[in-house]
Design a binder for this molecule. Structure first.
Ligand SMILES: Nc1nc2c(ncn2[C@@H]2O[C@H](COP(=O)(O)OP(=O)(O)OP(=O)(O)O)[C@@H](O)[C@H]2O)c(=O)[nH]1
Ligand SMILES: [Mg+2]
Length: 505
């Protein structure tokens, strides 16, 4: 056995480093990758916000480097953690004109947990107020001491915008990689890690993975704990078909029978039978909508069906939705699934009166047709490209479910002295204002012997047979009353206003 292990070790080959790019939102992670190679990452993104993990491959001086871009928004901590798990080196990107921010700190923690070396990238050095020395001092406070401050962590000043410092950064990455002697077995059965997965309505499950060992080739049989694949095709990060994906290479894999979960490892097997034996038949339930287990029958509920392009974004959306206040209205996520909006979703939505919320997904043609014929607009489908807009919309949906708060304010009281005339639901009555004031249009409550006996409204207000808009305490008034009761002498008319205030979550 020991002999065999040695043999495998000898077959290990030097492999490219996998570099994860981490940092606070907007500090320039995607721009940096764009500057490294003309990926045009940022321009393709909705509003320039990264909402995905992305894998890219670069060749510098004949040496390859794999980069993993991560989003900086706080909701995506799971993606960042996963990024550090597959990576050999982390780039901590900090905006030099800003300061160390919450997700800078979170990234540092993730890097330390993963025990991988980091390089501090001081970006936006072109800005007139850039102050890399200040950033270095702030980093010291969170135990990230760069070389120039007497520590062991290399740092590079760059401008992703003006593409300066990029060569230096690439050299630094290769240097750190060399120091760590990155090797992987190449003859071993292929192994890898799923970093993104989604269901394409035409092509089926599509998986982005980083190869850890061996070479993954078309026709290989691979399986995660949950999903089996007879690999139909292997593509590079640009979507070009390749003969084989090597260790550290990002690969797009087609051929999975169902969508594997993000973060799952896969391995190749000799036969499908062998692979099947490894697959757990019991599908672990994804923990969805755990914030909604609340069966209080008095509470209002907003049912939604969530469809997203990839698991990673669903995970982030669910995390953000769980943070919406739900004391008054419960948000129930009936289903959360990667893939386009299909007939099954539409049927479920109809049955459960749910709103379908799509994130970067298409609506299937059948459902489109269905929507056109749905004249009552019973089927509600909303799709979004930007996560924050989606969250805001769900929030609005929850607010709409709330009963508006009605704030009543008493304005004046009148004691009825005379009842002149009546027809149907109208009457003219006369009296004296004993409190506050009376105005045309105000709502009225009628009290007899201190008990409320009816309601109505002031249609018109007169004094000395002249129409008047407002009368105050002590004055006598003639009122044209409309209401659900016959007023009698001695009744008290209480005038009030009602303001409807939008409910607050
Ligand atoms: N002046 C200047 N602006 C930059 C530089 N790098 C990035 N920016 C700008 O900073 C903004 C954010 O850049 P992104 O690359 O999208 O930032 P990010 O870190 O990927 O953001 P998230 O993915 O949303 O976390 C954009 O408007 C960029 O044009 C730089 O070196 N100098
Ligand atoms: Mg980005």
């Amino acid at each position: 056995m020991a002999k065999k292990e040695k043999k495998i070790a000898e077959e290990s080959l030097k492999r490219p480093p996998v570099v994860v790019v981490l940092g606070h939102v907007d500090h320039g992670k995607s721009s940096l990758l764009e500057a490294i190679k003309d990926f045009k990452i940022t321009s393709k993104e909705s509003g320039g916000i990264t909402q995905h993990i992305g894998a890219y491959e670069v060749e510098e001086k004949g040496k390859k480097i794999t980069f993993i871009d991560t989003p900086g928004h706080e909701a995506f901590s799971a993606m960042r953690a996963r990024g550090t798990e597959v990576a050999d080196i982390a780039l901590l990107v900090v905006d030099s004109a800003q300061s160390v921010q919450p997700q800078t700190k979170e990234a540092v923690m993730a890097i330390k947990r993963a025990e991988i070396p980091m390089i501090v990238v001081l970006n936006k050095i072109d800005l007139p107020n850039a102050n890399p020395e200040k950033i270095k001092r702030e980093l010291c406070l969170i135990d990230v001491v760069v070389e120039s401050s007497g520590g062991a962590i290399p740092s590079v000043e760059v401008s992703a915008k003006e593409k300066t410092g990029i060569n230096e950064l690439l050299e630094m990455i290769l240097l750190v990689a060399d120091m760590h002697d990155l090797k992987s077995e190449i003859e071993a059965p292929a192994e890898g890690l799923v970093i993104e997965s989604f269901m394409d309505s035409l092509k089926g499950p599509i998986v982005t993975a980083i190869i850890k060992k061996g070479i993954l080739r078309p026709k290989d049989i691979i399986a995660t704990d949950l999903a089996l694949a007879k690999v139909k095709s292997v593509k590079d990060f640009m979507g070009r078909g390749i003969e084989g994906a090597y260790p550290a290479q990002p690969a797009i894999i087609l051929g999975f029978e169902k969508v594997p979960a993000v973060g799952e490892k896969f391995k190749s097997y000799k036969t499908a039978e062998e692979a099947m034996q490894k697959i757990k038949t019991e599908e672990p339930k994804r923990e969805i909508g755990s914030a909604v287990i609340d069966s209080d029958p008095d509470k209002k509920v907003l049912n939604i069906i969530l469809k997203g392009d990839v698991f990673g974004s669903l995970e982030a959306i669910e995390a953000m939705l769980k943070n919406l206040p739900q004391e008054k209205v419960i948000l129930r996520i009936l289903k959360s699934e990667a893939g386009d909006i299909n007939e099954t979703d539409a049927k479920l939505a109809e049955m459960s009166k749910a709103v379908i919320i799509g994130f970067r997904v298409k609506i299937s043609p059948t459902v489109m047709k269905f929507m056109k014929n749905d004249l009552d607009k019973k089927l509600r489908i909303k799709t979004f490209d930007i996560i924050y807009e989606l969250i805001q919309d769900v929030r609005n949906g929850l607010e709409k479910k709330l009963e508006p708060e009605i704030i009543r304010q008493d304005v004046g009281k009148l004691k009825t002295l005379l009842v002149f005339w009546g027809e149907k639901n109208r009457q003219i009555v006369g009296g004296k204002i004993t409190e506050g004031e009376f105005k045309k249009g105000l709502k009225l409550e009628i009290l007899r012997d201190d008990k409320k006996i009816g309601t109505g409204r002031i249609i018109n207000l007169q004094r000395d047979k002249k129409d008047i808009d407002k009368l105050s305490k002590g004055q006598e008034a003639g009122i044209l009353f409309e209401g659900n009761i016959k007023i009698e002498k001695g009744d008290i008319l209480q005038a009030y206003t009602e303001e409807r205030k939008k409910g607050e979550l």
